[in-house]
Design a protein around this ligand. Structure first.
Ligand SMILES: C[S@@+](CC[C@H](N)C(=O)[O-])C[C@H]1O[C@@H](n2cnc3c(N)ncnc32)[C@H](O)[C@@H]1O
Length: 362
């Protein structure tokens, strides 16, 4: 189904008749179909929409050393219906476009980084366009773009707006290094480095749920361990520091997260296998343990289909005697969901906000 942002763009399709267009982070995989034979390139920072757009790749594997040693990380390229799709944290260097349309992300620093990236990749006289939901802050986009150039509202409908910015000069070269933050975290006297970027979970600070997981989680880990939904690689790097013998693997849907996780491992003189995937979809290997601060349900929602699916898939992927350790907001009904799937689940730790659960395959 077309997202509200794509429905607004559908009313303005003539905009895309001319020019060399790049679309960043489309909010659904169906918008590309509206462009028919028009040439277009898509930069996806999220693997779920990328995989749905190209309809072939269920997951992708990287070596953290390859990713951390290249400034722009990685770029998986795939053609589909005459369009080029990239799964990458950044616009590949040297590529330029006459028009770049950003689907506005939730976080303001992430929007600012995408604007800087887009500005640097415009050919002379090029334009930046931003589409976003009114509740997502599109109305205040002028404040973020006033240093780039004047802007004009093109259309608004479906609780969304489309704004065009006309840059007055070409943008400075975009360097990921200008946006990276390196922090030292400490848990029970063990310190480690974490490298992060805008748009990555808990950018620049250790999440309190994650802290509980690291402090109270099991120290009886062995074999292949998955840091599911790894973000900047906080959990994976900490576990490798404590238990260097582990075969650690880190998975996330976000290219920015995978890029940061590779940098985090490198900053701690570690290396590991990184996986881009949507949940555990397309992951066929087994793990001795899965450790996670999962993405699902930070708000008050009542649909637990995705979480249930993840818990069921975890059980499938765990070797006999394996464990799933999961920290979550305390109010979420996870003990019931875990108990429906695993023969044994217990609460390892709890405070006013978070609970840490451990499930065993038996
Ligand atoms: C709560 S954060 C945890 C990050 C990190 N483990 C930490 O503790 O700081 C959840 C992570 O889940 C990722 N994520 C969201 N949806 C996902 C999906 N469908 N599959 C895999 N990862 C996903 C997000 O990109 C985010 O990095």
């Amino acid at each position: 189904m077309l997202s509200p942002q794509s429905q607004l763009l559908e009313r303005n399709l003539e905009l895309f008749d001319t020019g060399n267009w790049l679309f960043i982070n489309p909010s659904d995989a169906y918008f590309a179909d509206l462009l028919d034979n028009k040439p277009a390139t898509f930069l996806h920072q999220y693997f779920d929409i990328f995989a749905e757009s190209v309809r072939v790749i269920p997951s992708c594997e990287f070596d953290s050393r390859d990713v951390s040693q290249r400034e722009h990380g990685f770029c998986i390229e795939q053609k589909a219906s005459g369009h080029m799709h990239w799964f990458s944290p950044f616009i590949p260097a040297e590529k330029t476009f006459s028009d770049i349309l950003i689907f506005m992300p939730k976080s303001k620093p992430h929007t600012q980084m995408l604007l800087a990236m887009a500005h640097s990749a415009l050919s002379e006289g090029g334009r930046i366009h931003i589409v976003g939901e009114n509740k997502g802050g599109i109305k205040s986009v002028a404040k973020l773009t006033d240093k780039i150039g004047p802007n004009q509202k093109i259309d608004s409908a479906r609780h969304c707006s489309l704004v065009t910015v006309m840059p007055e000069t070409t943008g400075p070269a975009f360097s990921p290094a200008d946006w990276l933050t390196e922090s030292e975290y400490e848990v029970d006297e063990l310190t480690w480095e974490v490298v992060s970027l805008p748009g990555v979970f808990s950018h620049g600070e250790l999440d309190e749920g994650t802290r509980m997981l690291l402090k109270k989680g099991s120290d009886r880990l062995r074999g292949r361990v998955l840091d599911f939904a790894c973000g900047a690689g906080v959990i994976g790097a900490y576990l490798l520091k404590r238990f260097p013998h582990l075969d650690m693997q880190l998975l996330d849907v976000s290219a920015l997260a995978i890029y940061c996780a590779a940098r985090t491992l490198n900053a701690n003189q570690q290396s590991a296998c990184l996986l881009a995937a949507n949940g555990l979809h397309g992951i066929e290997r087994n793990f001795s343990h899965i450790v996670t601060n999962p993405p699902f349900h930070t708000g008050v929602k009542t649909d637990y289909t995705i979480t249930r699916r993840f818990i069921e898939d975890s059980k499938q992927r765990l070797a006999s005697g394996g464990t799933l350790q999961m920290v979550a907001n305390r109010f979420l009904p996870y003990p019931g969901l875990l108990g429906d799937v695993f023969p044994q689940t217990h609460t390892v730790a709890q405070d006013t906000r978070f609970s840490l659960y451990m499930s065993t395959t038996g």
